[in-house]
Write a protein that binds this ligand. Structure first.
Ligand code: KG4
Ligand code: ZN
Length: 348
């Protein structure tokens, strides 16, 4: 089916706790509406999948309606439906996919079941325009810490975390410190008032012999254990944890490794543009360090504003628009959800 030059793409995101629906015209964002069920999960100290699925079911139509009414676009004008097919919570994904399939079938429009993690990088095209040539992407979220090369429709994976994701490590340390869930933004806030050199935390996979085997992989579980032991030891001594310095030193250790490995990858591959995305890219220590060190390394940094870092429908509409621009075929209407969809697969 031929597309108009700037197709109207409806993006639907339901991989975790946010119900997101957005409309874009090509890479121009018209409106992004997000409903979150985080308040319902916070008291459990983590996302409860059944609660998330139920919340998506309740929020789907109101979120869709708000986006359509806010833009004045009628459903029949939409050229394509993009929806998160994975990775994510299977029950949550199923709600968005079912809604998207019903729309695609009723409107007789193509369906694009797209990759959530790659969407975190592609969303920046709504802010700073379409990617020109290959870009290096660092996607850091609650579930992923991955280095990708995005070259048109082709996505290759350079490396990933061998254990915890960056956001996951923050959330686990947040729990140890007694901070509300998710701990990431709270540690960020504390870190801003602390000394990043107060405590020397380990930087995993940065020694020469590790770099040979894992040049672009990450590992945050050793750091998490070291930080947890540090808290325990301080409490055993009857001391209170200096929250600001602790948070700043912990954040510095994570940002340090992420930025150093990303710069090394860009140099090695001769790429001059790096896009950073995902919920953890809201982290101020990472943003500041990346801005300073990428500039010094002569790299162009693309990092979306905070509201497009966490999960939303705009990133999914952007992924759909990207798939259309690069001529990828639409998904069959009988696709399933894939909770561990490979990052090299942009469209299912
Ligand atoms: O991408 P996202 O919204 O959901 C996933 O796909 O995982 O990422 C959520 C993660 C959580 O772990 C949260 O604590 C973390 O991103 N996060 C932050 C900050 N804002 C969100 N971590 C550190 N500093 C922040 N400012
Ligand atoms: Zn995400």
């Amino acid at each position: 089916m031929p597309f108009p030059p700037d197709p109207l793409v409806l993006g639907i995101e339901t991989s975790c706790d946010e119900t997101g629906v957005a409309l874009t015209r090509g890479f121009d964002l018209l409106l992004d509406t997000v409903a979150s069920s985080m308040d319902e999960h916070a008291r459990y100290g983590g996302i409860v999948p059944e609660v998330a699925s139920r919340a998506h079911l309740e929020a789907m139509i109101p979120t869709l309606t708000a986006t359509l009414e806010g833009t004045g676009v009628a459903l029949r004008e939409v050229d394509a439906i993009a929806v998160t097919a994975g990775p994510g919570l299977i029950g949550s994904l199923a709600v968005g996919l079912s809604a998207a399939k019903a729309l695609a079938l009723a409107l007789d429009k193509p369906l694009y079941g797209v990759n959530h993690v790659v969407g975190h990088a592609l969303v920046d095209q709504l802010v700073e325009g379409a990617f020109v040539g290959p870009v290096l992407a660092l996607v850091v979220s609650g579930g992923h810490s991955s280095l990708l090369v995005i070259d048109g429709a082709a996505v290759t994976e350079l490396g990933q975390t061998l254990d915890d994701a960056a956001g996951e490590a923050f959330d686990k340390i947040g729990r140890i410190l007694g901070l509300p869930y998710p701990g990431g933004p709270h540690i960020d806030r504390l870190a801003r008032a602390g000394n990043p050199r107060a405590i020397a935390f380990p930087r995993a996979l940065t020694r020469r012999q590790d770099l040979e085997k894992h040049p672009y992989d990450f590992s945050f579980s050793g750091l998490k254990t070291a930080a947890a032991r540090w808290v325990e030891a301080a409490e055993d001594r009857g001391e209170t944890v200096p929250l600001e310095d602790f948070a700043a030193s912990f954040s510095e250790a994570v940002a340090d490794v992420l930025v150093a490995k990303t710069i090394a990858a860009a140099r090695h591959l001769g790429l001059d543009t790096v896009v950073i995305g995902g919920g953890f890219s809201a982290n101020s220590q990472l943003r500041d360090k990346a801005a300073a060190e990428f500039a010094a390394a002569g790299l162009r940094l693309r990092i979306p504003p905070l509201k497009y870092c966490t999960d939303n429908g705009a990133m999914i509409a952007a992924a759909g628009a990207h798939a259309i621009v690069h001529g990828l075929p639409a998904s069959p209407l009988d696709i399933g959800a894939d909770s561990s969809m490979p990052l090299t697969q942009l469209v299912m």
